[in-house]
Write a protein that binds this ligand. Structure first.
Ligand SMILES: [Zn+2]
Length: 334
């Protein structure tokens, strides 16, 4: 049986992105795999009145089950209302859909937005596949994100050795032919908690920390010029907060040289046509840091609620910080 996202209280990205592009801010797209993470996202979005995109990756579907995740998202809308958010602006989005069939099944199942990632395909095949998904999704008012250019790094089952920046000269033709609603581009962001190899970075002489190379804002500018007002998406945009890396390493973990995208660069991107910023690794780090610390401090604890509660609180704090201090989406969904 087919289900429309509208019956679940979800929204698609169309209006949300139009407002974000005009308003010079970006919508947070947070991945979720479990209840505590979802609670933290919904609490953060409700308290800040920020529109939010709940993302489901292939890894999440394998880990938690697609059916369960969809019902959790439906529950999240009701939970947000119960917390006092009268008109929750929540999108349920498929992250990195890799086939027409997967995208179709999500559209049929109540997702309000899907990504078809044909970025590893030759250009013409990417166009063809994306167009096919758009044709189907638009029948049900589901919005579609496409991708041009290749991001480096590892994210669940998406991985590439090196990145290839999006070619600005291709974007007009691509958007015209595919009719996609938003476009993920490659300008130097990267998946995972190890976004750059040490040899790609410089080192801060004072702290000894790695300083990553800047994003290619010239490429972003060139794309904006070709597609004025068109919604642009940045994947792989965790900042890998060094305080979390330090807590993890100080409590038995081993994350040498984990490095992300500095927040001031994301802040700058959020003010441009970039209207969706994907953040996944930072939530993993927040959760792991809190749990490792808790286990060290309370070796006798064995009730998962004892250590998942501080983990949930740490994730919520991190989500709020992103919404308010990086993306600027707070107060945009009253
Ligand atoms: Zn991604």
């Amino acid at each position: 049986m087919k289900v429309s996202f509208k019956d679940l209280g979800l929204v698609n990205t169309r209006e949300m992105f139009a407002k974000a592009v005009k308003g010079g801010y970006a919508i947070p797209a947070f991945n979720f795999n479990n209840m505590e993470q979802l609670q933290a996202i919904i609490q953060a979005a409700t308290e800040t009145k920020s529109p939010v995109i709940l993302q489901v990756s292939k890894g999440a579907r394998n880990y938690a089950n697609q059916t369960l995740l969809r019902y959790m998202a439906q529950g999240a809308v009701e939970y947000a209302k119960e917390l006092g958010w009268k008109k929750p602006q929540i999108v349920l989005h498929l992250d990195h859909g890799d086939s027409y069939e997967v995208c179709k099944s999500c559209v049929d199942f109540g997702f309000s937005s899907v990504m078809i990632d044909g970025s590893a395909l030759p250009y013409d095949e990417n166009v063809k596949l994306t167009r096919k998904v758009v044709n189907y999704a638009h029948k049900f008012d589901v919005t579609v994100e496409a991708e041009l250019g290749v991001l480096a790094g590892v994210e669940d089952e998406v991985s590439a050795e090196v990145s290839h920046y999006t070619k600005p000269e291709e974007v007009i033709d691509f958007v015209k032919k595919t009719k996609c609603d938003s476009l993920a581009i490659s300008i130097g962001t990267s998946h995972g908690a190890y976004k750059f190899k040490p040899e790609q970075c410089t080192r801060d002489p004072k702290t000894g920390r790695l300083v990553p190379p800047p994003l290619a804002f010239d490429v972003l500018k060139a794309i904006e010029k070709k597609l004025p007002g068109f919604p642009i998406v940045l994947h792989g945009s965790s900042s890998v907060p060094q305080e979390y890396v330090d807590i993890i390493n100080a409590n038995g973990g081993k994350l040498p040289d984990a490095v992300g995208i500095p927040e001031e660069q994301l802040r700058k991107a959020a003010k441009s046509a970039v209207c969706k910023i994907n953040i996944d690794s930072d939530s993993r780090l927040a959760m792991t840091a809190a749990i490792r610390k808790h286990f060290n401090e309370f070796p006798g604890h064995f009730d998962p609620r004892q250590y998942l509660k501080p983990a949930r609180e740490e994730m919520k704090k991190m989500y709020i910080e992103k919404i308010v201090n990086v993306l600027g989406s707070n107060g945009k969904a009253r």
